[in-house]
Design a protein around this ligand. Sequence first.
Ligand code: COA
Length: 191
Amino acid sequence: MAPTSLMILRPLRRDEWRAFRDHLLRLDPDDRTMRFCHAVNDVFVREHCERAKRSGSLVIACFVDDELRGAAEVTPLDGVWPLTAELAMSVEAAYQGQGVGTELLQSTLLAARNRCVAAVNVTCLLDNGRMLHLTRRLGARIVVHHTAPPAQTPPPWRSELTRVERAAQDGKAVFQARFQFPVAQAQLHAG
Ligand SMILES: CC(C)(COP(=O)(O)OP(=O)(O)OC[C@H]1O[C@@H](n2cnc3c(N)ncnc32)[C@H](O)[C@@H]1OP(=O)(O)O)[C@@H](O)C(=O)NCCC(=O)NCCS
């Protein structure tokens, strides 16, 4: 990030969901896997954004020079008081390691608290050192689970390329489902 860059953190407006989707589509394969806790394709990302938009998830966006480069998505888990929410976040590779994720997480916890959320769960792969570091620093309680990945959403049409991609993804999903993989769940108090 250039020293003169202007960074703004604020809730995503209803007319800005496309910018959120484009940000998630720009994540490199490793960061995408870390963000969703399993390998996902473009179709999955698009559908995820549509679902999040419909369900009214809160997204705190980080704009750098007017371009959305980071985002934290907060989804309430149930309607029982005190409210608990699930948080997932991402920062594009060129903007990582510069404090953006830290600022984004803190702002998002504050925004969640202002919406009466008492606790926030963050699920990440166990080898996601950065995310674990961020949550530990804010005093998170961390629990390790062994879980199988959610099913992949198939692409709407087939071509030779998608067949090859599907075969690779199916192989990966079978591998992950057979052996299961560890995730860490960090719980943070929003208040
Ligand atoms: C996790 C993520 C959001 C962090 O964003 P970021 O902008 O890089 O975060 P920051 O720069 O504020 O902080 C990173 C911290 O991790 C530390 N860190 C970097 N690599 C690390 C590692 N392998 N293990 C432990 N800590 C590490 C840095 O030293 C820094 O800590 P410090 O501020 O004490 O020096 C970003 O890396 C990302 O988008 N990753 C891909 C998606 C993802 O993993 N999302 C989480 C799933 S919910």
